[in-house]
Design a binder for this molecule. Structure first.
Ligand SMILES: Nc1nc2c(ncn2[C@@H]2O[C@H](COP(=O)(O)OP(=O)(O)OP(=O)(O)O)[C@@H](O)[C@H]2O)c(=O)[nH]1
Ligand SMILES: [Mg+2]
Length: 214
């Protein structure tokens, strides 16, 4: 599906970033279908759009699960394109793969170069493989603190609840950010007039007329 076919008004556009084999596709498919199918096509980008119910609200979500991101110059361009498209990001590593953990900061820095306070969660996948663990939970927690975002240790193989919860929380962060931005973009004179309006006694006689809101 081409990006031009995107929902006109997606409520959230989520991009998954992480090294190869960490479970990006498994996590995306778990969230969207609640299923774990074991093997996933890694040859191309997968762009999903769907409606889901979050806290009794129907929302339009789009998820981008990137295909291989090559090394070299093209890498920066591809990450930049994905970053511009998305409004929120899941940074995924596998607890069994230290290299994948080490590379998270690079993804995060690339994001911050384009979007100064990106909406991000950190996901430590494959928590069912405790016997193969190479990254301590405390290391994940420290990294999340550095990036000022929450950490979710979860397993795409083990059930859908924790992954669904992570995506729902991310969606709520997107909403929060959109509301903040809307507020900060509202014209100052109107904002201060609104402030006056609500500081006043709210009897009818004290309400300001529209003409006075300038
Ligand atoms: N045990 C276990 N295996 C997982 C989990 N998540 C994914 N896998 C397996 O890990 C392998 C890689 O998963 P993918 O979802 O294809 O990983 P990916 O990050 O999309 O990989 P690329 O598309 O190559 O970048 C597959 O064999 C999955 O079945 C998990 O939580 N636990
Ligand atoms: Mg994949």
């Amino acid at each position: 599906m081409s990006r031009r076919d995107s929902f006109k008004s997606a409520d959230a556009r989520i991009v998954l970033f992480g090294e190869r084999n960490v479970g990006k596709s498994a996590v995306a498919v778990r969230f969207i279908t609640k299923r774990f199918i074991g093997e996933y096509d890694s040859s191309q980008d997968f762009h999903y759009q769907f409606q889901t119910n979050i806290k009794d609200e129907n929302v339009n979500i789009e998820v981008l699960d990137p295909g291989p991101i090559p090394r070299g110059q093209n890498r920066d361009r591809i990450i930049l394109n994905h970053t511009l498209w998305g409004d929120s990001f899941v940074l995924i590593y596998s607890i069994t793969d230290r290299k994948s953990f080490n590379s998270i900061m690079n993804f995060y820095q690339s994001l911050c170069n384009v979007k100064p306070k990106p909406v991000v969660i950190l996901m430590a996948n494959k928590s069912d493989l405790e016997h193969k663990r190479k990254v301590l939970k405390s290391e994940g927690t420290q990294l999340a603190e550095l990036m000022k975002c929450p950490l979710y240790e979860c397993s795409a193989a083990d059930g859908f609840e924790s992954i669904t919860q992570a995506f729902h929380d991310l969606y709520h962060e997107v909403l929060k950010k959109k509301k903040e931005r809307k507020y900060s973009l509202s014209p100052r004179p109107l904002r201060s007039a609104m402030g006056k309006l609500f500081r006043r006694n709210s009897t009818k006689a004290n309400l300001l007329s529209p003409d006075s809101l300038v």
